[in-house]
Write a protein that binds this ligand. Structure first.
Ligand code: BG6
Length: 471
């Protein structure tokens, strides 16, 4: 296990909200011992004491589920180093040691090439690992170039292109449910499944993240990585093992089977939008374009929806819809699998039996199957909902992710060829959008999203027919 983690961009939002709390959770679960050290590198001039004070405050705010002694142990294990990551000599000074390091690039993607080049020139100690956050470059050519740089620096198994969704137990549950139950696999194909929706609708707005988000947008922030990874887990052939090679080979097969989108497809099968001012619950939300740090002229989308089809024996004929949006009226974070209607209803009077849907709750967790039953009056159909809850995860997603990095298990990180295939899927969309082929719709914060009927027209066949949880 590697015992020294260096976080470049250690004073940022990712550190505060995810990495520090994850380390506290690892410490509480007994995965980190007293030998563990965290070095946070940032541009600010400050000493260890001041940084530790900041880290303790962030842990109180975001890591309160871990006990106080675990949080304190992480604070005590932390050191601060001032470093300008655009200066190769600062980067070299940070990694000048003999012990293996895990170097986490909690930085804007535009900085990855120069920082990886600096790490390559400095030479990392034997056994070190590099961790990169999404998006992996800003387009396919970047990903290819970055993969080359990384390959010159470290062996592939030491490169962790992380995606914290893959480390979420609710996401793993999607694959687990498929593979551990005989009832699902025989019907897991286009003969029985009409549509799969992979949805991450958030009530959260920009939350002060313009510096990162305005240069990225919803498609590169969520669809190109997190939601596409979910699609892979839903659609992959059963792997022989869950080891890194089998799992990642099967995911690449799915990515390669995604039918390329023509410009005409992009017009018909994609939507993008940006939120206007509005009210979500009891809070007023400013228009995205008026948020601090946003350049309105960039026309960054805060809502993205893309419909994909797979050319494969299993999936030809099923639609996969990926959708995300910020500042929407309700959180809806799930994978919804919509089955086809039964071929024949042997009831004389007709009636409507809604097709089945299976919902994997991503946040909150849960599994729900919508079925049709027969009511107390003979031959009347009633919608029924079967639900199951899961135990809370032992570790938060970033905890699992960091543990895998420190232990050297890359199964849940993205392999280089996978990262390139993911760009291949979305480049036609990004290119057509940049040429204005698809309008940037507007939607009020707190609404259902862009379009005259918000989310309707695209999603929730079963769910719109009967609100979830309704008696
Ligand atoms: C991040 C995105 O990767 O995932 C955010 O950058 C998004 O925009 C977030 O809100 C959702 O995941 P979580 O775990 O924070 O709910």
């Amino acid at each position: 296990m590697i015992n020294h983690l260096i976080v470049l961009g250690g004073t940022g939002d990712l550190s505060a909200r995810y990495l520090l709390p994850a380390l506290a959770a690892l410490r509480a679960a007994g995965h980190l011992d007293d030998g563990f050290r965290l070095t946070a590198a940032g541009r600010e001039e400050q000493d260890d004491a001041r940084f530790r004070q900041w880290a303790a405050t962030q842990l109180d705010r975001h890591g309160a589920t871990s006990p106080a002694d675990a949080r304190q142990a992480v604070v005590d294990a932390t050191h601060y180093r001032r470093a300008d990551v655009t200066d190769p000599s600062d980067v070299a000074a940070l990694v000048a040691t003999d012990e293996p390091l895990a170097v986490y690039l909690a930085l804007p993607p535009a900085l990855f090439p120069s920082v990886v080049t600096a790490l390559h020139r400095a030479g990392l100690p034997q056994g070190s690992r590099i961790v990169l956050e999404k998006p992996f470059g800003e387009q396919l050519a970047d990903a290819v170039a970055l993969n080359r740089l990384l390959a010159d620096t470290l062996p592939e198994e030491s490169v962790f292109r992380v995606d914290h969704f893959l480390a979420m137990t609710t996401v793993q549950n999607v694959l687990g449910s498929r593979l551990a139950n005989r009832v699902l696999e025989p019907i897991w194909n286009s003969t029985h499944i009409a549509e799969v929706e992979i949805v991450w609708d958030e009530t959260l707005a920009l939350e002060g993240r313009a510096g990162y988000y305005d240069g990225v947008g919803a498609l590169k922030d969520m669809l190109q990585n997190h939601l596409l990874q979910l699609l892979c887990l839903v659609a992959m052939e059963p792997p022989i093992t869950l080891g890194e090679r089998d799992l990642r080979d099967r995911k690449v097969d799915v990515l390669r089977s995604i039918r390329p989108l023509s410009e005409d497809d992009v017009v018909r099968r994609t939507r993008r939008g940006r939120y206007l001012a509005g009210r979500i619950g009891d809070r007023d939300v400013r228009a995205y374009a008026d948020e601090e740090g946003v350049d309105a002229e960039r026309r960054t989308e805060t809502f993205a929806e893309v419909e994909l089809e797979l050319d494969s024996w299993r999936w030809s004929g099923t639609t996969f819809r990926l959708r995300t949006g910020k500042a929407l009226g309700a959180d809806r974070k799930e994978v919804a699998v919509h089955f086809r209607a039964v071929p024949h209803l042997p009831f004389g009077h007709g009636g409507v039996a809604l097709p089945n849907s299976l919902f994997f709750g991503l946040d909150p967790e849960g599994l729900t199957l919508d079925i049709t039953g027969i009511g107390s009056r003979a031959h009347t159909f009633v919608p029924l909902e079967l639900t199951a809850r899961m135990d809370p995860p032992e570790l938060p997603a970033y905890g699992r992710l960091l543990l895998d990095v420190l232990n050297g298990d890359p199964a849940l990180s993205i392999r280089g060829d996978e990262a390139e295939e993911a760009w291949r899927v979305f480049e036609p969309v990004l290119s057509a959008w940049s040429r204005g082929v698809v309008p940037l719709d507007e939607y009020a914060a707190g609404s259902d999203g862009p379009g005259p009927d918000g989310r309707a027209g695209s999603v929730r066949r079963a769910a719109t027919a009967r609100p979830r949880g309704a008696p």
